[in-house]
Every structure is written in C-alpha cells, then in structure tokens.
Design a protein. Structure first.
Length: 391
C-alpha cells in the first residue's frame, strides 16, 4: 500500500516537473537576416535513384526578402498623433506605400495625450480603421505610454490590455505588433510581449546609436524580433547623413526600420503635431530616397512575419509527372497569423517553355529569370503548389 502511494507521489512530481520545464521553454527572439550570398542552395530529391546513380534533384531557394528584393524597409509612426492621419497618410497613399501606426490605445477615445506638459491630439478609432482598410498596420504603443522600466508600472496590463483593445476595435486584425514607449524595455518585458505580440520595435532616438548597432557592428545580421532597432529621423536629427546609412543597409540587404513622430504641412493646428515634427518636404525627400532603391517597403508586422516564416520554411516534393510537379511549402507556424507569402525560386529539371503555377486553385504570378529559374510567391501553409507545363 505504502509503496503504491510513493509511486503515485513520485509520478506526480515528475509530471509537475516536466510541465514546468515545458512552459519555461525559452522564446525564440533572435533571427538571422541572410544576404543572398549567405543562402546555401537547397535541394529536394525528385525520385529514387537507380542503384549506383545520383538521384534527380530540384534546386530551390527561399528569398531573403519578398519578391527577391535586395533589402526591406518599414515606415513606423509612434503615438498616433493627428498629423500622421492628416498629413503622412495621404502622402503615403499617393505613392501606395503602407506603414505601421503604433497607438496609445487607452487614450484614443479621450483623443489627446499629455506628453509631459504638452497636449497632443490623437486620431480616432474610426480613422485607425480607415488606415487599416487602406492596407496600413495598426500596432500598439502600450496602453498609456508609461515608461515600462519605471517601478510600479503594471507592464502586463500595459502590454496585454493594449493588444486586446486593438483586436476588439479592429476585428479583422489577427495579430498585433508593438513599439516600446520611449524605446525602453528589458528582457523580462520582451518575454511578456511575446505572449501578446508577434514582434516589437525599439530604437534610441539617436542616429549615432543606430549606426553603431546596425552598420558598424559585425553581428548586426542577428536581430531580436522583440527589440528591433529603428532609425529615428526627427527634426533635430534630419541634417545627419541618414541617406548614406540607408544606402549601407540596402547594400547589406538588411531591414531599414524608420521611426517617425510628427509630420507638419504648415496648415494644421500646432497641438495636432507629434514630437519634433518633420516638414512635409523633408518627409517627401525620405520617401523619394527609399522609393529610388529596390527596397521591399512593407508594414513592420508583414516583414516580421516574413522573417519568422523564412527561418523555418522547407519545400517538399509531393509528386512529379512528365507534365506537372506538386510541391508544398511549410513553416510549421500558425497559418492564421503567419499568412505572409514567401518568395521562392526553383529549377525544374525539364526544359519547359511555359509554366502555370497555382496554390489552392488560384493562379500565382511567376516569372523565369535569365538563368532559367522559376520565381513565385506562395503561402507557407503546407497546401499543394501545382507547377504545370503549358508549353
Ligand atoms: Zn511615444
């Protein structure tokens, strides 16, 4: 009888211990940003080889960035001040550039934020929904913009409450990204953030720090997705040589994350402006510069998704015949959240002139490079990708 009890106690202790270990699994935060040269060729076997013969193989590669662009760029806006909706939004719409707007969610309904002693008017939930419908991202800048590193602040509430509010106000949002108030955070905060957000933007406000961390630092190909650094181009920083830094990031094939506050067209009320506003012509100059380069310009959350999916995606061959191939690309992530298409290139062994590519019975745009590689973008959800011979 006693021995049985001991056994049961022992069993439960082991069970508790393994459950505790499982829940304490460290969160993956660091991701490597590969350059095209870093990406090794990958192959999938097409068919079993005859004994002693090499097996037929298909070459493939997942692009470092969507559309095989050389580098990525995200435009992000903090605080949700009204000038961003009135001035930045229409300017970006003219160019079809989509950005990310991080809101102080508790204060949106009240419509203003006391930034120290300065009153700054914020745009409304209706306006946020308009931005979202137009293809921009609505993210969180915490609930009340408190410095989360100060004692006594309820960090859990500031983070969790804010993402919940966005999901409630904009029901078609599936997952949210965050920008840290005053850029301040620590590892414990990052762990907490990972429970509510797919990624978080940090920064420092000084261009020198950005250069030191992202250009001069040889380890800057590893980024922490819960503290992604950003370059803050504001009024007192605009005369620094940010264009040459942008060119370096582009040449290195990295992710150029810009952090904006106020944008002033000279016609709107002073208390509608964000911190250290740029003039509209300075803002246009930045947009022109980015558009002139081959950046993949996309909201912060979209690029975060691409990085995470790319990191774990593998291509599998499900079937091959003389006139078609069936492949599937899978990343093992939650498909409802991680729904950003990945760009891949493959080399079909047969010399077909024309292809048809489809996924879930939907035709997929594709093109063939000079070297004969077939390139297209598909969802990494494990569904069938058909590549058929047309000619
Ligand atoms: Zn802020």
């Amino acid at each position: 009888m006693f021995r049985k009890d001991y056994f049961l106690i022992f069993f439960f202790v082991v069970l508790l211990f393994t459950t505790a270990c499982a829940t304490k699994k460290p969160i993956k935060k660091d991701f490597y940003l590969p350059s095209p040269e870093d990406i090794k060729e990958k192959y999938i076997a097409v068919e079993e080889a005859e004994p002693g013969q090499p097996s037929k193989r298909i070459y493939y590669k997942v692009a470092p960035w969507y559309g095989f662009k050389k580098a990525a760029c995200s435009l992000t806006f903090d605080d949700g001040t009204r000038d961003q909706y009135m001035v930045a939004f229409p300017e970006m719409e003219k160019r079809n550039i989509k950005g990310t707007f991080f809101l102080i969610t508790r204060l949106v309904r009240r419509s203003y934020w006391m930034d120290d002693k300065l009153k700054r008017h914020l745009f409304s939930w209706d306006q946020a929904r308009q931005l979202w419908v137009a293809g921009h991202e609505i993210g969180s800048h915490s609930r009340t913009h408190k410095d989360l590193t100060k004692r006594g602040v309820n960090v859990k509430r500031e983070l969790g409450g804010s993402s919940e509010k966005i999901l409630k106000e904009i029901p078609s949002v599936i997952a949210v990204t965050l920008s840290w108030p005053y850029w301040r955070n620590n590892e414990e905060h990052q762990d907490l953030a990972s429970e509510h957000y797919i990624s978080a933007r940090a920064g420092t406000g000084l261009i020198e720090n950005y250069v030191e961390n992202n250009i001069d630092n040889p380890k800057s190909r590893v980024i922490n997705l819960y503290a992604v650094d950003s370059i803050c181009i504001r009024n007192s920083e605009i005369d620094k040589p940010w264009k040459s830094y942008s060119n370096r990031i582009w040449e290195d094939g990295k992710w150029f994350v810009l952090c904006f506050h106020g944008i002033d067209d000279g016609r709107i009320d002073q208390d509608w402006l964000g911190w250290e506003p740029l003039s509209i012509s300075q803002f246009r100059d930045i947009l022109n510069h980015i558009e002139d380069r081959d950046f993949w310009i996309a909201p912060f959350g979209m690029v975060s998704r691409y990085i995470r999916e790319r990191d774990s995606a593998t291509l599998a061959l499900k079937a091959s015949r003389s006139s078609y191939y069936i492949l599937s690309l899978d990343d093992g992530l939650d498909d409802a959240v991680f729904n950003q298409p990945l760009s891949i290139e493959i080399k079909i062994p047969e010399k077909w002139k024309k292809y048809r590519v489809s996924q879930r019975r939907i035709a997929i745009d594709h093109h063939i490079t000079k070297e004969g590689y077939l390139r297209f973008s598909v969802l990494p959800d494990g569904s069938d990708i058909f590549i058929e011979r047309v000619e």
